[in-house]
Design a protein around this ligand. Structure first.
Ligand code: PMP
Length: 439
């Protein structure tokens, strides 16, 4: 690996070179864009980001669950280089190429569901969700879309409506598209209502407020990502899938964040043997290049009229080459097993910390998609203030942690799946130190 796999801090973060470029950033780039880590990146690989001042920062976020195979994974680089030299774009709808078809074949094979599947490729997670809803409405000839509290599906107009959290995603950006209905979510840490009762309430609300025969789709993340890594209790997802099936609605699993080995299986739905009618994927699909997909039942995917779906760049040949490299890497390096190993290291360390620090309300997640929810000790009140301090402390020590949560109080861990044990342990040790030092 061309990037040393070691944490090293040689300047303040941001260092002087980063500070200069960040000054230019504030002059040139819209102030609307966030910046979790104020360090300008020069190089990255394995579990390390190297900034232009020479700091080596442990990457516990993988670009928000994107570089599951690591930055510049060799198989991704090789295939992208070959493709970029061969041709860069024809538009798949104008003249096809094999890479697009091969990615669809892989998705049809790898996604859960023992039935014939087909796929279509797009550019971003939000675009995949937009298209999944288009497909569901067209196929069912119905309009209502059921989504959930704490859900996140993107920032386009339709997906903003589907996303739960107002600030920062929706504030001032309305009006939003109609026919989106938000249902209660089973959130074990914050509610003791048994899962059967939450399900009953969801179904009751659908029946009374929408009418089951009007529902085109039920859309849910198998583990909610931006909402705070909320893992629904066993039975919730199968109950929703069953209701959808009995009522002629499609069950759509949004696996944009949970997909591609992240949760210790290829797709998080496998955990409860769910076979969604449609699955949306993006992020981890292509090792950092922009690509997304909708995969699902062939009869549903084929029901749309010719040219009903598409877009200039969807399934760009370079992104497809990257996806084939990423999928090959997941399989050849057995990153599914690796996600579980990494997860175990994190959970063991976090549980030890939880016994020492009462601000850790819960440790949760699956595979290498793990989070802690921070509370004011002695209560379940969200402790966003502590979260901010911990993240800042860790950054100064050379560890990048990402945040999440409806209440802004969740620290989430999504390292690249090629990160070494030592770096994960080191990141956990820095977090422990942060808890001990920040007040
Ligand atoms: N769905 C989920 C579950 C996501 O986590 C995200 C991104 N955080 C999206 C959709 C939107 O993806 P994108 O940012 O690529 O549009």
């Amino acid at each position: 690996m061309n990037v040393p796999q070691q944490r090293k801090v040689v300047t303040e973060i941001p260092g002087p070179k980063s500070q200069e470029i960040i000054k230019r950033r504030s002059e040139a780039v819209s102030a609307s864009l966030g910046m979790a880590l104020p360090a300008v990146i020069a190089n990255a690989g394995g579990g390390i980001l190297v900034d232009i001042d020479g700091n080596q920062i442990i990457d516990m976020g993988a670009g928000i669950a994107v570089v599951n195979v690591g930055n510049s994974a060799p198989s991704v680089v090789k295939r992208v280089q070959d493709q970029v030299a061969a041709f860069t774009h024809t538009c798949f709808m104008i003249a096809p190429y094999e890479g697009y078809i091969e990615v669809c074949e892989k998705l049809n094979e790898l996604t859960p569901g023992k039935f014939k599947k087909k796929s279509a490729l797009f550019n971003s997670g939000a675009e995949a969700l937009e298209n999944a809803v288009k497909i569901a409405r067209h196929y069912t000839k119905r309009q209502a879309v059921v989504v959930f509290e704490h859900g996140y599906h993107g920032r386009t107009n339709l997906t903003m409506a589907m996303t739960a959290k107002n600030m920062p995603y929706k504030e001032g950006f309305g009006p939003f598209t109609p026919e989106i209905y938000r249902m209660p979510m089973a959130y074990p840490f914050r509610s003791e209502i048994p899962v059967e009762h939450v399900l009953e309430e969801v179904i009751h609300k659908i029946e009374k407020e929408i009418g089951g025969k009007n529902v085109a789709a039920i859309v849910i993340e198998p583990i909610q990502g931006e909402g705070g890594f909320i893992v629904p209790p066993k039975g919730f997802l199968p109950g929703l899938a069953k209701y959808a099936k009995e009522n002629g609605a499609l069950f759509i699993a949004d696996e944009v964040q949970t997909g591609f080995a992240r949760t210790g299986v290829m797709f998080a739905c496998e955990d409860e043997n769910i076979e969604p009618d449609l699955i949306t994927t993006a992020k981890g699909i292509a090792g950092g290049l922009p690509l997304a997909a909708v995969t699902g039942r062939a009869e549903v995917m084929d029901e749309i009229h010719p040219s009903g779906l598409g877009g200039t760049y969807g399934g760009n040949p370079i992104a497809c080459a990257a996806a084939l490299g990423a999928i090959e890497t997941i399989q050849s390096q057995n990153l599914i097993a690796r996600a579980n190993e990494i997860g175990k290291i994190m959970v063991d360390a976090l549980k030890t910390m939880q016994a020492k620090y009462p601000a850790i309300g819960e440790v949760r997640g699956r595979g290498a998609m793990i989070a802690i929810e921070l509370v004011v000790p002695g209560s379940k009140d969200p402790n966003g203030e502590l979260l901010g301090k911990l993240v800042k402390y860790a950054q100064q020590k050379g560890v990048l942690f990402l945040t999440a949560g409806t209440y802004g109080n969740v620290l989430r861990f999504l390292p690249p799946l090629v990160i070494g044990d030592e770096l994960v342990k080191d990141a956990m040790a820095v977090l422990d130190e942060a808890f001990a030092n920040v007040k």
